[in-house]
Design a protein. Structure first.
Length: 140
């Protein structure tokens, strides 16, 4: 499909959705389903795939549903990721984004990935009695 036709198709698909997320019915999934993919959500701006991984870990793979120039639109802010996580039902989950070593780098698509952990790590920012506390020894 040529780029102009792809953009037109995406605009038409995006118009079927609002800014709210809807679960994509399995009947609309492709025949070849990636391993551990359990759910997919769509809005007018984003597509989210939910993967159930071992040890209670869930991976959210997020991409925009628009083409910018001749490639997928890539800009997804931290605020947008946090909002997406909340809007698809994982607002209370502790999520991390991985920045791998150079030797492990895989960057083939304009996607962001959040890993939702069964239990929070012992590092990060946490609220305790109304004050932000860094668990590794911050404000008391």
């Amino acid at each position: 499909m040529k780029l102009k036709a792809q953009k037109s198709f995406l605009r038409k698909q995006n118009s079927r959705y609002t800014e709210g997320f809807e679960e994509v019915p399995r009947s609309e999934w492709p025949v070849a389903i990636p391993q551990n993919l359990s759910r997919a959500y769509r809005s007018s701006q984003f597509f989210v795939q939910v993967y159930d991984l071992p040890d209670g870990v869930i991976r959210l793979t997020v991409c925009r549903t628009a083409i910018d120039g001749d490639d997928w639109a890539a800009e997804i802010s931290w605020d947008s990721l946090q909002d997406i996580k909340r809007r698809i039902g994982y607002g209370d989950s502790y999520g991390i984004e991985i920045y791998p070593r150079e030797v492990d780098l895989v960057n083939v698509a304009a996607m962001r990935h959040l890993w939702l952990l069964a239990e929070p790590l012992h590092i990060g920012w946490f609220r305790s009695s109304g004050a932000e506390v860094e668990r590794t020894g911050g404000l008391q």
